[in-house]
Ligand binder design. Structure first.
Ligand code: NAD
Ligand code: DAU
Length: 338
């Protein structure tokens, strides 16, 4: 199978490409990535140099001519769209790039793939499109979309577009909605790598609000397996929920991390809350279990240890990705909150 994967130099895309090329000797992958601050070509440099089933193209999912060219002449069987602006806090600072990439870019990809009659299109969405939960219940695929941040609103926009492409054109698009991923290659603006990095440097660990917001954590490989199952077995037009069955408050995540790295809880600092901060996410993934055979395989403690081990042995990666742009964003965001 020949895949066009977008956003493959980001966190989940990198893990997906590595896993799929290792599992499927007959698959080849073209990775299209714009290389924003969150994309790192070096993540997959070994594949670029040594694997002839992999190639990299730097470009934008909004670029129609480029996509039409990449999809021309039966070069691709399926498209997997990971490309996105993915950080909620950045979307609060400036929603515009989120609308451009996450909505317009996704529609451009769908349209090009439709015109090129691509057999299958998997669009990667998120649990955040459902909004927030109280203390009880879980998100199901039938839960109405009620996004609360500019990020989740832009992701919901793309989900609606995917739905419209299926209903209107019969285009074979499928959507995955997954909970919070963690694992190797995650950019250190997200909770787990940020807290790890600060803990190592004995810097304050900024916990938003009261720290009691709940997320469901899934090890990134389990999400990637969910995407693979969706591609191979999913029903056209269907959205599938994926989760790790590992609900944790943020404060528990931070305390567990501190105990794994052997640093004191006195580093925890409560800061101003994120505006519009969703209280709780939890996923009902019965549909994916029943129809696709999905089940998460890595429990949270085991996954967190594996993740921290990866960051320890890849200290230079953490250094590399902290560009000037990264430092500017982090300094301003946290200065305003302390
Ligand atoms: P990421 O920010 O680490 O990576 C995004 C990648 O997309 C980067 O390599 C970036 O360069 C690329 N990109 C951005 N704009 C682009 C454009 N216009 N054209 C081409 N490439 C572009 O994100 P991630 O955490 O790997 O998330 C990947 C996808 O999974 C996103 O769609 C996100 O919404 C979704 N998702 C993420 C999580 C999570 O916990 N991280 C959970 C559920 C769903
Ligand atoms: O749920 C899936 C989503 O998970 C994905 O769609 C997003 O792309 C991904 O970024 C992630 O969004 P979150 O906002 O949940 O992840 P983040 O790591 O930014 O924050 C996790 C929780 O930790 C959230 O409740 C906010 C809190 N937090 C985060 C940061 C960065 C803090 O308390 N302090 C922090 O410094």
């Amino acid at each position: 199978m020949k895949l066009l994967v977008t956003g493959g130099c980001g966190f989940i895309g990198t893990n997906f490409i590595r896993l799929m090329l290792a599992k499927h000797p007959d698959w080849s992958i073209t990775n299209l990535d714009k290389l924003t601050y969150a994309g790192n070509r070096l993540n997959l440099l070994d594949l670029e140099e040594n694997e002839n089933r992999y190639d990299f193209v730097q470009g934008d999912i909004c670029d129609r001519d480029l996509i039409m060219d990449l999809l021309d002449g039966n070069k691709v069987d399926a498209v997997i769209n990971f490309a996105a602006e993915s950080h909620v806090d950045r979307s609060i600072n400036d929603p515009s790039p989120f609308v451009v990439t996450n909505v317009q870019g996704a529609q451009n990809l769908l349209e090009c793939a439709r015109q090129r009659k691509i057999d299958r299109f998997v669009h990667i969405s998120t649990d955040e499109v459902y909004g927030t939960l109280g203390d009880e219940g879980k998100f199901e695929e039938t839960t109405p979309l009620a996004p609360n941040s500019p990020y989740s609103a832009s992701k919901a926009g793309a989900d609606m577009m995917a739905r419209a492409y299926f209903e209107t054109y019969g285009f074979p698009v499928l959507v995955t909605r997954c909970s919070n991923n963690y694992g190797p290659y995650q950019f250190p603006e997200k909770l787990i790598p940020l807290m790890y990095m600060n803990a190592l440097a004995d810097k304050p660990l900024p916990v938003y609000g009261d720290g009691l917001n709940v997320r469901d954590w899934i090890y990134v490989d389990d999400h990637c397996l969910g995407v693979e199952l969706t591609l191979l077995k999913g029903r056209e037009g269907q959205a599938y929920n994926f989760g790790g069955d590992a609900e944790e408050t943020n404060i528990n995540v931070v305390k567990t991390l501190l105990s794994v790295v052997g640093k004191p809880e006195s580093l925890i600092t409560y800061v101003k809350d994120r505006p519009g901060h969703d209280k709780r996410y939890a996923m009902d993934f019965t549909l994916a279990a029943d129809e696709l055979g999905f089940a998460p395989t890595v429990n949270f403690e085991e996954g967190l240890k594996k993740t921290i081990e990866w960051y320890k042995t890849n200290a230079t990666w953490l250094e590399q990705v902290q560009s000037g742009e990264y430092r500017n964003f982090m300094d301003t965001w946290y200065e305003e909150r302390s």
